[in-house]
Design a protein around this ligand. Structure first.
Ligand code: MG
Length: 246
């Protein structure tokens, strides 16, 4: 555990808003193959162009490493499609966005969880916490993941980039969560693997910003804007009060 700001307290936290990719779902194992497929689609099968597109959007096509806070690490579908076009994809923006959304939804069936998510969400729910997901993926993909891993019933809120709460790092997804559960932002912990998650938390006035290292970020890239940085989400269980005070 890495204490960033002793002034911030976990004692008042009664709700947790999780990012999905790199936070609940391990980034490399889940998204490496999807990113390669995405580039092949955007390059219309031109392999050399596909490698250039991957590079431009933040992934080294040889090592598979994805840069922290790059488009592939942090962008939503529209932003990634725009980035691919800017880097030379001959596709039409609306068509590419639609195909990428479809690819991401299908990818939900192959993703790899960072822990036993059903048991993890059940334990937090049992302690009285309100739970939500805020992701730059589309809402259908998020619900697909929750269903597949068996924690759909424990969620109080789901927001994708297409759910009408705006995009990260705008505060809308946190504020939508607060409205749904009837708690103010200072009772909410925002958990994510990218700075845009932490900035969304800050912009909304969230009580706690927690970084995890199961995504594309590093301890170094996440240090400035997080209150705590854990190896993975299970670090939260020791940080938060045994019973949430609602
Ligand atoms: Mg993420």
């Amino acid at each position: 555990m890495d204490l960033r700001s002793p002034a911030r307290s976990a004692a008042d936290i009664a709700a947790i808003l999780f990012d999905k990719d790199g936070t609940l779902i391990g980034y490399d194992a889940s998204w490496g193959p999807v990113n390669r497929e995405l580039a092949a689609i955007a390059a219309k099968g031109d392999l050399e162009l596909a490698d250039r597109l991957l590079h431009a959007c933040g992934m080294d096509p040889v090592t598979g490493h994805v840069k922290p806070d790059s488009l592939l690490a942090a962008g939503n579908t529209v932003q990634i499609a725009e980035g691919l076009l800017a880097a030379g994809s001959p596709c039409d923006l609306a068509d590419l966005t639609r195909r990428l959304d479809q690819l991401f939804t299908e990818a939900a069936g192959k993703s790899v969880a960072v822990t036993d998510l059903k048991a993890f969400f059940a334990r937090l729910k049992g302690r009285g916490y309100k739970l939500g997901i805020a992701s730059s993926d589309n809402e259908a993909s998020i619900r697909g993941i929750a269903k597949r891993f068996g924690f759909e019933e424990d969620l109080d809120f789901v927001a994708g980039y297409d759910s009408g709460h705006g995009t990260k790092p705008q505060p809308g997804m946190v504020l939508g969560f607060c409205a749904a559960i009837g708690l103010p932002p200072h009772r909410v912990a925002v958990v994510g693997d990218n700075n845009h998650d932490l900035h969304m938390g800050a912009n909304a006035g969230a009580g706690l910003r927690v970084a995890v290292l199961t995504g594309t970020g590093s301890r170094q890239s996440l240090a400035t804007d997080s209150d705590y940085c854990f190896d993975d989400i299970t670090g939260l269980e020791g940080l938060l009060p045994l019973k949430a005070r609602l």
